[in-house]
Design a protein around this ligand. Structure first.
Ligand SMILES: CC(C)(COP(=O)(O)OP(=O)(O)OC[C@H]1O[C@@H](n2cnc3c(N)ncnc32)[C@H](O)[C@@H]1OP(=O)(O)O)[C@@H](O)C(=O)NCCC(=O)NCCS
Length: 340
């Protein structure tokens, strides 16, 4: 077992001051073999977590030291590139300390090498510059007016697709066996499981995603992970923990259904259903019904966190939120989930 955490060679963009805006790592590795780390020492790696910018000479030296590995082929392809190239070696999963390190961790998630919460992302926001993501690549916001004018002077349009700290995932990684109807709605750092369909209304933040086959037409907030076979209905919401109070980590178990416009502020266990339009927060008072429909007790939704086989609904005449045993857990439509 390797004692190192990750090794990756990337090519990226810097601003006029030589500061990194973003890095693309085509083949990041988890638990790299000793031969990769030994080769890194040839270009100045001296231990710990380091991002080393490689000039033409260093790229050739690294390619030679890497021998016949796949990574060697990657560096060779970049030897004569005018773009900045970086070698990032992480000895351990410490909080990231540079933009290339932060980008590597986001890549590890989207390449499905680590699951949400499987990598330390503490302090990542200041390391991700706010960037104009354009049809001509990443541009520093301070340099944008000049670049727009340069493009116009050549009769071209520089189109700004978004202004954000995170780029869209699919410009970096397209994982196997997925459909993503609107690629701008999935950020780099999302983990999209094999067999997932994300419709236009679906959204997936970084450090969040789906374990496997799923239908996503709602929003998966940062930190939320959705179990295999679950369906997030149109416009539904999963509560994140980045802002505004709650510190419960939200997750959805296997074979759950969040109805259209529903929402959850508690984690759901396996085979749970939330009626469309019902938002359950941790403090929501819930009437527990027995099999004959009688109210047994009233408890707070947080006490039901992670419990399986529950159906939540808002009584349509009384307005009370109720919880029953879920007798009909969903089955995903097989035809919708064939991705070949
Ligand atoms: C909550 C939900 C799952 C219930 O569906 P269901 O289990 O099929 O239940 P039914 O509609 O057959 O109703 C069963 C009984 O409960 C009653 N009932 C259902 N919802 C109720 C409510 N909110 N309040 C009071 N009674 C309700 C029905 O009137 C019916 O009563 P009956 O036995 O006297 O005839 C469903 O309404 C729902 O919201 N599904 C989400 C679908 C969705 O949004 N999918 C995503 C698409 S993008």
């Amino acid at each position: 077992m390797s004692k190192y955490f990750s090794f990756a060679i990337g090519v990226g963009t810097q601003n006029a001051n030589g500061e990194w805006l973003e890095v693309f790592y085509p083949q990041p590795t988890l638990k790299p073999g000793a031969e990769l780390v030994e080769a890194a020492k040839e270009v100045g790696y001296s231990g710990g977590n380091q991002a080393i910018e490689l000039d033409g000479g260093a790229r050739s030296a690294l390619a030679g030291a890497l021998g016949e590995t796949e990574q060697a082929g990657l560096v060779r392809d970049l030897i004569s590139s005018k773009r900045p190239v970086v070698l990032t070696v992480l000895a351990s999963d410490e909080p990231p300390s540079s933009t290339p390190e932060a980008y590597l961790k986001l890549h590890l998630l989207s390449h499905r090498l680590v699951k949400p919460h499987g990598v330390d992302l503490s302090g990542i926001f200041p390391l991700l510059p706010n960037v104009a993501w354009t049809n001509l690549g990443a541009i520093d916001l301070a340099e944008l007016p000049r670049r727009q004018l340069e493009a116009r002077a050549k009769g071209k349009l520089l189109s700004v697709n978004s202004v954000d700290k995170f780029p869209r995932m699919t410009d970096y990684v397209v994982p196997s066996g997925v459909r993503i109807a609107h690629t701008a709605r999935v950020r780099l750092g999302a983990y999209i499981g094999e067999g997932t369909t994300i419709m236009h209304e679906g959204f997936v933040n970084f450090n969040a995603g789906t374990a496997g086959k799923s239908m996503i037409e709602g929003r998966i907030s940062a930190g939320v992970f959705i179990g295999e076979g679950s369906d997030l209905g149109g416009g539904c919401s999963t509560m994140g923990t980045l802002s505004g109070g709650g510190d419960i980590v939200i997750a959805v178990g296997k074979n759950c259904l969040l109805g259209a416009n529903a929402g959850i502020g508690i984690p759901l266990g396996d085979r749970c259903t939330v009626e469309s339009g019902l938002y359950i927060t941790a403090g929501t008072k819930v009437e527990m019904l027995d099999s004959s429909g009688q109210i047994v007790e009233t408890i707070k939704a947080r006490e039901l966190a992670g419990k399986p086989d529950l159906l939540f609904r808002r009584h349509s005449t009384r307005g009370a939120v109720q919880c029953l045993t879920n007798k009909t857990a969903i089955e995903l439509n097989e035809e919708l989930h064939a991705h070949n």
